[in-house]
Design a protein around this ligand. Structure first.
Ligand code: CTP
Length: 405
């Protein structure tokens, strides 16, 4: 595959205070491995956790710490720091720094740079779960999103400083790198040369020639993922159940009705590098569909429908001798999203499960937005509420990063 890289990209990395600052040392290494140059800015609080010496050594750059330092200001000045970058990353972004950003404060070098920059900004919040869940922090995060700032994470997990679990852990350095690449278009077509199979939409299981069992899936999420993978350069086959959406441009689309047809179409395209099984496949079909329209008999009760189990396409692919390098499934849940998602990961032999809550009140089924949790062997990452297109873009970037790393 083409190696995705950030070569020639200038990253201004702002490190604020928090135990997760130690991870930004790894982030510097990962960014530089991919060819980026990293110019670090540290807040005063950050220096309580890691030293400018370590940051300077890893970045091979001067470390900027002071708004009023004669040396720093003469060297570049905060306006130039703010402009001479292709991307500004804030990792970790503490609750305090987010609050200052949301209010346009410029009381130190980091905040002055953030206020002055006209470059894309990506922040990776990290804090105690209670601080993340505080209404003020959530409000600030939303304000920042509304201002066009890209927010990655935080993830769920154990906190470094206590045995507490909850949402607040900084996104992993590689995820931050993937988001940076996606933002910079540096890895514009990192999936060039890769093949992908995507299933989408519902299946229709016939009862007789005019009636069928179906579900409310619109195919929007699956179609968006097929398009996002193609945008990153993959050669995509979309196997779609009956939907009203147009076939995405530049993608081979195979139309099927039933789960069995969908399975056959998918297996016919193996081997493939990537499989993303998004379809809401009917778990059951009618055991013996009638060849003729079933007529109602006046005065007689209708014959009960005998159901038979459908093949599980994801599970078949996940355990296939030609198993794709990366197998991604979805988990449509209405409760216990995390537990059920994890169980599904194991059972179906998937590398990633995109778990979402499809309770009617979420409006996911048939709607245009989606709040998903990405479950892998490494843990769970809760993505914010996004449009289905945004979920597709982020998932495609994650897939590219997984295959690249
Ligand atoms: N899936 C599939 N073939 C099936 C059923 C499901 O490929 N016959 C895939 C879906 O495309 C999705 C994942 O399996 O990627 C999860 O589907 P879901 O319906 O949520 O899970 P189930 O396996 O049906 O489990 P449960 O009934 O416990 O929710």
């Amino acid at each position: 595959m083409e190696h995705m890289d950030l070569s020639g990209k200038r990253i201004l990395l702002i490190i604020s205070g928090g135990i997760a600052a130690y991870k930004s040392l790894d982030l510097i290494r990962r960014l530089r491995e991919r060819g980026a140059s990293v110019r670090p800015v540290m807040t005063k609080a950050a220096q309580e956790f890691i030293t400018p010496l370590a940051v300077g050594a890893l970045s091979a750059s001067h470390v900027y710490v002071d708004l009023f330092s004669r040396e720093d200001e003469q060297d570049v000045g905060h306006i130039r720091l703010a402009r001479e970058a292709d991307l500004v990353i804030v990792a970790p972004a503490s609750a305090d720094l987010m609050a200052k950003m949301a209010h346009g404060m410029a009381s130190d070098l980091a905040t002055a740079v953030l206020l002055a920059t006209d470059r894309p900004v990506l922040i990776a919040p990290a804090m105690n779960p209670k601080m993340w869940a505080a209404p003020a922090t959530l409000r600030n995060a939303q304000t920042l999103r509304n201002d066009g700032i890209h927010v990655i994470g935080p993830a769920r997990g154990e906190m470094a400083e206590s045995n507490e679990a909850g949402t607040g852990r900084m996104a992993e350095p590689l995820e931050i790198v993937a988001a940076a690449i996606a933002l910079l278009d540096g890895g514009a077509r990192p999936l060039t040369g890769k093949t992908a199979i995507v299933t989408s939409g519902p299946t229709h299981e016939p009862i007789d020639p005019v009636r069928y069992i179906a579900n409310r899936s619109s195919g929007r999420q699956g179609h968006a993922i097929a398009a996002a993978l193609a945008t990153l350069g993959a050669r995509v086959t979309l196997v779609s159940g009956p939907v009203t959406l147009p076939d995405p441009a530049g993608i081979e689309t195979v139309h099927v009705e039933t789960a069995q047809e969908m399975l056959d179409a998918v297996l016919a395209r193996l081997p493939s590098d990537i499989a993303v099984m998004v379809a809401a496949v009917a778990d059951w079909r009618v055991a013996t569909a009638s060849g003729q329209k079933i007529k109602k008999q006046p005065g007689e009760a209708p014959a009960p429908l005998q159901l038979a189990e459908n093949p599980d396409i994801l599970k078949t692919v996940g355990h296939h001798p030609h198993r794709p390098t990366l197998v991604v499934g979805f988990a449509a849940e209405t409760e216990h999203v995390e537990t059920n998602g994890r169980a599904k990961l194991e059972r179906k032999g998937a590398d990633l499960i995109v778990a979402n809550d499809v309770s009617p009140e979420t409006g996911v089924m048939g709607g245009s937005r989606n709040q998903v949790n990405i479950i892998s062997a490494g843990g769970i990452d809760a993505w914010p509420d996004l449009s289905k297109d945004e979920v597709a873009e982020r998932l495609a970037a994650l897939i590219a990063e997984r295959l690249g790393g």
